[in-house]
Design a protein around this ligand. Sequence first.
Ligand SMILES: [Zn+2]
Length: 127
Amino acid sequence: MSVQVLKVDWPFNAEPPKMYCPVCGTRLDEEEGKYCEHVDFIFLPEVDDFHHVSAEFQPIVDGIRKVIEDAEEDSDDELASIHDKLLEMDDLGTNVLIEMTTSGMACGPTSFTVLYGFGLYKESSND
Ligand SMILES: [Zn+2]
């Protein structure tokens, strides 16, 4: 069972969407950096880095970074990006990724992609 990816192209020049957790309905507060336990990560492909990683998901991110570092030593290989690795993840059948691309005019047409990783199944730790 591999990860499920939902790709959404937001309409050109539309106000960026407010994202909510599909499990508990909590609003993702990207300004304050406050997320519910179901948000495993938020990844920004254009900057090739994470905006947020949950403590639980951190070991997976560390594993991905290790694989990429090892690949860089074998410099003949095509380098994989963190983005590719996230989309290739296996054994994360309870995860859903939403890849949201917004676009609009800045100094010309621009687009920006955010990859949200949700863990749909979490054992509740506090109740
Ligand atoms: Zn939630």
